[in-house]
Design a protein. Structure first.
Length: 137
């Protein structure tokens, strides 16, 4: 019984990894840089963890797409400041992010801009999210 469960888990894992590679190839063609974030970037994932990806593009619409193996956060550079005002996901993505493809200098620039935003706002990361230092005990 256990061996059948393990075999099924391995099959699902292989399928998901193949889907991840397909999605990554697609995103690498469409983006300046693609970044992995979340549990897989931090190294605390399980075989069934999803993939959290951020695709940085020059312009366009900020959006989060749910895909069969996880989510894709589309971040237009031209709207970074605006997005930071409305989405804490970007703070996590940039803090945990690992470049998978594209120009790492673009991601370095985004990291610098996000770091300045965090400092300006006096934000602190907790297990529950990002909060101003003044309200954290």
């Amino acid at each position: 019984m256990y061996s059948r469960w393990l075999e099924a888990l391995n099959e699902v894992t292989r399928w998901r990894e193949a889907r991840f590679m397909e999605l990554l190839n697609e995103l690498c063609r469409k983006s300046l840089v693609v970044v992995l974030f979340g549990s897989r970037a931090r190294g605390d994932n399980t075989p069934l963890s999803d993939w959290d990806l951020m695709a940085i593009i020059p312009t366009g619409e900020y959006r989060i797409e749910v895909r069969d193996i996880g989510q894709v956060v589309w971040l237009p550079l031209s709207r970074l400041r605006e997005v930071l005002e409305s989405s804490m996901v970007i703070l996590d993505a940039v803090t945990d992010g690992k470049v998978l493809c594209g120009d790492s200098r673009v991601f370095d620039d985004v990291k610098d801009r996000v770091r300045r935003y965090i400092e300006e706002r006096g934000l602190v990361r907790t297990k529950s999210g990002w909060f101003p230092k003044g309200i954290i005990k």
